[in-house]
Design a protein around this ligand. Structure first.
Ligand code: B12
Ligand code: SF4
Ligand code: SF4
Length: 253
């Protein structure tokens, strides 16, 4: 069964796949897997290689590569989930690249499920100094999604090697200095640079608008800042910094 599933997934064009049993998924801050699927037994983790457009000097071209990947990952997850249901009568829950996830004020910027822990459990990489998972072939330029299922699948072997070469390029080139503390990403610092038109900026804009005269409000609504906030809200996901992902040399030669 594992071979058939793997072949199906790779033939769709997904770059790599690994299996894990739910007991091997250890993410202290995430919800229990059974919250998503009470009968869960296994995780199927998919790896999608990030396009070289992440290196583009144009942030909109770099972001568009991410959005393309996002659409393909949704298409793939849905196809694979349907295949598992039809062929094996499986129960499934698909977990996306990022959104949607439950939002609670005591869990700021923390998702329900950790794709990084899932990838490590499924033998698709190990953590690097930048707190991202480094894949044995694609290096850091990879995104992960997961499918939780009640099928009992033989787990893939875990990666034993430390793929990070400890060059410190990610830390030195983070414009926000968000990676200075080893093992911790300063989320607010990263967000300020990587999502300058995200929720924080939107709140700032709305507060400014609330305190303004009708004439000033009109000006604010006609501004570049407002147009950028609207675009970001429409896209759902918006990144303006890719340094830790694109500068990591592992897997790039
Ligand atoms: C919210 C989010 C963010 C937030 C906050 C991130 C955060 N909390 O660390 C912000 C906006 C800052 C962000 C930034 C980025 N993100 Co982001 N993000 C997410 C998202 C949606 C949820 C993360 C989360 O809350 N998980 C739940 C928590 C409980 O688990 P966790 O993420 O694994 O976090 C824990 C572990 O990583 C652990 N940890 C950290 N380092 C180490 C090291 C070791 C050795 C160990 C054992 C554990 C450990 O500590 C964390 C807290 O408990 C995930 C997708 C997902 N659902 O997992 C993507 C995800 C983590 N992001 C990703 C990426 C690519 C990025 C960016 C590069 C974006 C960009 N510009 O391209 C930057 C990189 C920032 C960085 N270097 O850390 C990828 C990472 C892929 C990979 N190769 O690892 C993910 C997995 C998306 C995906 N589906 O592929 N992100
Ligand atoms: S995405 Fe940019 S700002 Fe965020 S941690 Fe990586 S290098 Fe730093
Ligand atoms: S840039 Fe260097 S230090 Fe940072 S994760 Fe990659 S190999 Fe490790």
């Amino acid at each position: 069964m594992e071979k058939q599933i793997k072949n199906y997934i790779l033939e769709l064009g997904v770059d790599d796949v690994g299996f894990a049993c739910v007991e091997d998924y250890h993410s202290p801050k995430s919800y229990e897997i059974t919250k998503f699927l009470p009968a869960a037994k296994s995780l199927i983790v998919l790896a999608f290689k990030v396009l070289s457009s992440c290196e583009s000097p144009s942030m909109s071209a770099a972001l568009n590569g991410y959005l393309d990947l996002g659409s393909f990952s949704r298409f793939s997850s849905y196809q694979i989930a349907r295949f598992l249901e039809r062929k094996y009568g499986a129960q499934v829950a698909t977990i996306p690249i990022s959104y949607p996830f439950e939002i609670h004020s005591d869990r700021p910027a923390i998702a329900d499920f950790s794709q990084r822990h899932a990838a490590v459990a499924a033998g698709l990489g190990t953590f690097g100094r930048h707190n991202l998972v480094i894949h044995p072939r694609f290096g850091t330029r990879v995104h992960y999604t997961s499918i939780i299922t009640n099928l009992p699948l033989q787990p893939s072997p875990k990666c034993e090697q430390d793929f990070c070469i400890h060059c410190n390029l990610c830390v030195e080139n983070c414009p926000a200095r968000a990676l200075d503390d080893e093992g911790k990403t300063d989320v607010m610092k990263c967000l300020g640079h990587s999502q300058p038109y995200g929720l924080g900026a939107d709140i700032g804009f709305q507060l400014q608008r609330l305190g303004s005269s009708p004439e000033e409000q009109k000006k604010l609504l006609m501004s570049e800042q407002y147009a950028r906030l609207r675009q970001a809200a429409y896209l759902g996901n918006q990144y303006m910094c890719f340094n830790c992902l694109k500068l990591c040399p592992v897997g790039q030669s």
